[in-house]
Design a protein around this ligand. Structure first.
Ligand SMILES: *Cc1c(COP(=O)(O)O)cnc(C)c1O
Length: 357
């Protein structure tokens, strides 16, 4: 069976050797030595001024909305994983969708200003498949209208834009270290922010504690645990190898599909991408379903990332998003992971191409 992704596992002895250090200290959580070491290593690896390791990639979005004091409407993208929208609703705010760019699949920055009202407090956009949003334009719009900017950067581990980490853009960026993501800690994630927000976000992720007996703010528990951090420390040394393998697969797919009618992801200029997903966009949904069925007949399971378009969620006031709904109905992510065998890769390519004829 071949799935859209396969969790990268380090050698079990490597994981256990790191985990043993948690046994030695007797600490399983509350920011023990492993979480602190992982944060320090990621800071260097990613080139970010600060990081808060968290228990997953959804709570950081909710914490960002809460800690920045966002109210009313938040401008957001309909083309993302459900967590982007659900976090807005969960925090009592209203998602105001702006359609996406048909090539980059990120929020269409030229349509943002028209969606701003007196109730708008922020822009929450996703760097879809690790492809950066138009960060400069979004920053200019936010400055002009005094809005905060949060990026759901769940897919962006290791991505750089104009030579620096994509996590350094916006007021707050969040990442997911879920087992299906490029870099993982089983479940896990992180917060990145402008230095002025660090203390507030840090406090929010730990119940609002200010020392053992005082509280500086409202908070929740989003702390990463020691076993999670141990997985991260065991996986991190493999990242260059993982990226190299993924690049080879991506290059093979692109070489095979560039001459077909499939629309491929256009990466924004000045970006160093991380080969996190391989979406292909069909001419229509029937063609997608045909290819998906053919692959499934060979026990190959691609995924419809992202479907449905989030403006169609049952708990959202209906808003039409022509581009996003069209793309969502036609996009399929093909298997992509370190360890995907060449033979299997060729089979996937052949099946897709066969169905396109
Ligand atoms: C995976 C993902 C999340 C949620 O991360 P979890 O770690 O699963 O909570 C949020 N946004 C996007 C775009 C994602 O792909």
């Amino acid at each position: 069976m071949i799935n859209v992704t396969k969790t990268f596992l380090p050698l079990q002895v490597e994981y256990q050797a790191i985990l043993k250090r948690a046994w030695d200290t007797g600490w399983m959580t509350n920011r023990g030595v492993l979480v602190q070491e992982l944060e320090a290593k990621l800071k260097t690896y990613l080139g970010v001024p600060n990081i808060i390791a968290t228990t997953n990639g959804t709570l950081p979005i909710q914490i960002a909305i809460k800690a920045l004091g966002l109210k009313g409407e938040i401008i957001t993208t309909p083309f993302s994983y459900v967590a982007t929208t659900s976090s807005i609703v969960w925090e009592g705010c209203i998602p105001r969708f702006v359609d996406i760019d048909p090539d980059y699949l990120t929020i269409d920055e030229t349509k943002i200003e028209a969606a701003i009202t007196t109730n708008t407090s922020a822009i929450l956009a996703t760097h879809v498949f690790g492809n950066p949003c138009a960060v400069e334009t979004i920053e200019a719009i936010a400055k002009k209208h005094k809005l905060k900017v949060i990026y759901d950067a769940a897919h962006c581990f290791g991505v750089t834009y104009k030579g620096q980490s994509l996590f350094n853009y916006g007021d707050v960026s969040t990442c997911s270290f879920h087992a299906t993501k490029l870099f993982h800690t089983g479940e896990g994630g992180a917060l990145f922010c402008r230095p002025t927000y660090f203390d507030t976000l840090f406090s929010h992720h730990n119940f609002g504690h200010d020392g053992p007996e005082a509280f500086q703010s409202l908070g929740i528990n989003a702390k990463m645990s020691e076993p999670q951090a141990a997985m991260g420390l065991a996986v991190l040394p493999y990242m260059n190898k993982i990226l190299e393998e993924r690049k080879k697969i991506v290059d093979s797919y692109t070489k095979a599909f560039v001459t077909t009618k499939l629309q491929l992801l256009k990466i924004r200029k000045h970006s160093k991408w991380n080969y996190s997903y391989y979406p292909v966009i069909f001419e229509d949904e029937n063609q997608l379903l045909k290819v998906k069925r053919a692959l499934e007949n060979h026990s190959i399971f691609p995924r419809r990332y992202f479907y449905p378009s989030l403006n169609r969620l049952p708990y959202i006031e209906q808003q039409n998003m022509v581009v996003s709904e069209s793309i969502a109905s036609r996009v399929l992510c093909l298997p992509l992971y370190a360890g995907l065998e060449l033979e299997d890769l060729n089979q996937i390519i052949n099946i897709v191409k066969e169905q396109l004829l």
